[in-house]
Design a protein around this ligand. Sequence first.
Ligand SMILES: [Zn+2]
Ligand SMILES: [Zn+2]
Length: 354
Amino acid sequence: MRAAVVHGLNDIRIDEVPMPEIGPAQVLVRVGAAGVCSTDVKTLAGLSPPRTVPAILGHEVAGLIVETGTDVEDWQVGQRVAVYPIAACGGCFYCMAGRHSLCLREYGLGRGADGAFAEYLAVPAEVLSLGGLVDIGDTPYATATLIEPLSCVLAASGQCGTAEGSSVVVVGCGPMGLLHVYASRRLGAKVVAVDMNAERLAHARRLGAQAILNPERDPVREGVLEATAGLGADIVIAAVGFVDAVCQSFDYVRPGGVLNIFGGTPRGDMMTVDPRWLHYGEITLTGTFASSVQDFRAAWTCLQEDPDPVDSIVSHHCRLDDIVAAVDRVRTGRGTKTIVVFDEVSGDAPSSPH
Ligand SMILES: [Zn+2]
Ligand SMILES: [Zn+2]
């Protein structure tokens, strides 16, 4: 089969590789679509390199079951599915606490197991036993790949306690920031979106942000105070990959509020925090990088009820052969989200950029 294989730093090639073989408790999925995530780009750039190369990335995936292992009873060939990407052990301290992203085994698609930038994917047995396979019915594969990123956003909303009436500032309106705007609005929060890109801000507005602020033009702290009755925000989501922008976000949270570092920053980049700010402000400083199976299933429910706003974050579809260009696009912040589609399976025709 054909796969996009990572051979080293910034070295991804389309190779012919052996078909994955499945064990008795696994299913084989013919990949219908796979989302390109900024994590994939960071991995390629060497900011969080795969533990071993060659490796196949891709953890936002939907496809068709084409083979089931002899012990698999609940799944049949021909079912269209989305796949939770973390093959959590199910038995460690963190799994028992429902925090699959922190599983001590640290194993999953693109993290030790081959991911979805390939024609076929062997779904790890653990994913099935955790309930991490979801039947997507006739939802387009490209849409179903968004369950995973949405699940990460819901995980963060849960951790921050976002609720009806909360004030949320989303810093960074890339695909994940936009999903934060959407999910926070859906939970009944009032949202301020911050970005330097006018198009992304307009998108945030369409997704329901009540205020949009551009740090190049607007005094952001004043804008946040104005939108929050002079208090500052209950919740600030730093959905950016730069430490400077994370640090600026400190200014937007109110005393007693929560700041979530949602975007991964380059390895080695440090930030300075005034302990007095945390102490006297009684600030909660937290982070989220992935999701639990429960979040994944909640994201699927959300996507079924309301697919269009989630789908709106997709700016490009491409073929596997064009993945290098897609990665480049993510790296340079052009467009929002790219989905690799395998159109012979999905019928989702690749579209031109818009
Ligand atoms: Zn992702
Ligand atoms: Zn575990």
